[in-house]
Design a binder for this molecule. Structure first.
Ligand code: FCB
Length: 434
């Protein structure tokens, strides 16, 4: 039996736009109505119908799995639909939801910004506008006043690196730009925004634990001896993994964000390290791919065999998660895995992903990483951004026609692990091998 520490937090993660439905004031809601933005023309209009009350049964389901934590979002676009205008009704509903988690014995981890913003923010340039820091700080302060008595753990921004990349370099979400300078500008504003939100929550509640969810991706050179591949993997690591993290951890803007300029207000603005981890990928030098700074991702057959989510991206190399956690151990902060998951293409593969990645977490714990909790992405199948309803990450299957939920194999196995607070030999035997 691989046992986890006492009081380890076991949860699942969700985000407002992906589960609530009727989130009409967000920039995403407006954008997704344009033609061909979302696979199969899916829409987040209903999603998992939480805003109509379906959250109750889903929280009940989470409780039945034995979970003692849950990550949810509160939607800025609902709470502040117009600048300076606070929606008391929405706030009351969120209070009920957060209290509903507590009543069911689950520790709420609450995200303040998970990719979506009010339309009035988008109209003013979103994160390209330096004022985004003060807008979100005011929102965070207000949220801390409204909900702070119910919340110990706050997540300011979700995956600022993914957001900046998808919207400003890859050009596939929202602003849809392919502009490296815009991406770097946005990254700097995200850092300032996070710092301002951190201080805002702490001003209201000094004991709150505040962090952000950082997406870690492991970049390996496609050929370990090819120096240009190595250079590109290193560059991606610097820009995607390290730039924002270093600024928040050390208060320094390193290249390409700056020439070691200090940003004292950002330094140390995370009480815990939030880790979103999905996969490792190979990077190759590619002279033709100027848009992505002369690099491209390469996936091998091993990867295709597993048909990981989206187009065969990623792979089953759980040691990469262990290595990320061990790298983070040196910062001597509690670590929460705020997202980790895999879609169902083959249900055994999904279960194998869960078991092998938790084994990696266990190894990291034994080697000194202070991991205190784990959140599977996601509690139930939901609206997966521009991929619509196709990728199914949930512990529960969602039938989007009827809103029926069915527990999947991965959910059954997760329940077993959570209840035992560890992975027993039988599960290791069955699903513990890569
Ligand atoms: C993460 C996002 C989350 C979900 C998963 C699959 O990057 O934070 O909302 O889309 O990927």
């Amino acid at each position: 039996m691989l046992s986890f520490p006492r009081n380890f937090l076991w949860g699942a993660a969700t985000a407002a736009q992906q589960v609530e439905g009727q989130n009409f004031n967000s920039d995403w809601a407006a954008w997704e109505q344009l033609p061909h933005k979302i696979k199969n023309n899916d829409s987040s209009r209903v999603a998992c119908d939480w805003w109509n009350g379906a959250w109750r049964d889903d929280f009940e389901r989470a409780q039945h799995l034995g979970l003692n934590a849950q990550r949810i979002g509160v939607e800025w676009a609902r709470l502040e639909p117009r600048q300076g205008e606070w929606n008391a009704q929405a706030a009351a509903q969120y209070r009920e939801m957060i209290a509903g988690l507590r009543a069911r014995g689950m520790e709420p981890f609450v995200t303040l910004h998970h990719f979506t913003s009010p339309q009035w923010v988008a109209e003013r340039g979103g994160f390209e506008n330096a004022d985004s820091a003060s807008w979100l700080a005011r929102f965070a302060e207000r949220a801390a006043h409204e909900f702070g008595d119910l919340i110990n753990f706050w997540i300011t921004l979700n995956e600022p690196n993914v957001y900046a990349y998808q919207c400003y370099l890859n050009g596939v979400w929202l602003a849809q730009k392919k502009d490296l300078r815009a991406m770097l500008r946005v990254m700097k504003n995200e850092i300032r925004t996070h710092a301002a939100m951190y201080h805002a929550v702490k001003r209201v509640n000094a004991h709150a634990q505040v962090g952000y969810a950082h997406h870690w991706r492991v970049f390996e050179p496609r050929k370990s001896k090819a120096s240009l591949d190595r250079l590109m993997a290193g560059l991606r690591n610097r820009v995607f993994n390290m730039a924002i993290f270093t600024a928040i951890q050390e208060g320094v803007l390193e290249l390409p964000l700056g020439f070691n300029q200090t940003l004292p207000e950002a330094r140390g603005t995370q009480d815990f390290l939030g880790v979103n981890y999905y996969y490792q990928e190979y990077t190759a030098f590619d002279l033709k791919n100027a848009a992505e700074v002369f690099a491209r991702s390469v996936y091998d057959d091993d990867v295709k065999r597993l048909q990981n989510f989206f187009e065969g991206v990623g792979n089953l190399r759980p040691h990469a998660l262990r290595d990320v956690l061990l790298r983070l151990a040196k910062y001597k902060k509690p670590i929460y895995i705020t997202e980790n998951g895999f879609v169902t293409t083959d249900r055994d593969d999904q279960t194998r992903y869960l078991v092998t990645h938790l084994t990696a977490v266990h190894q990291a714990l034994q080697q000194g990483a202070d991991v205190r909790g784990y959140f599977w992405w996601s509690l139930l199948d939901n609206f997966e951004w521009s991929e619509g309803y196709t990728p199914r990450f949930g512990l529960y299957h969602t039938d989007f026609e009827t809103q029926a939920r069915t527990l999947k194999q991965v959910g059954e196995v997760y329940e077993k692990i959570v209840r035992a607070n560890g992975i027993d030999d039988e599960l290791m035997e069955k699903y513990g091998r890569t």
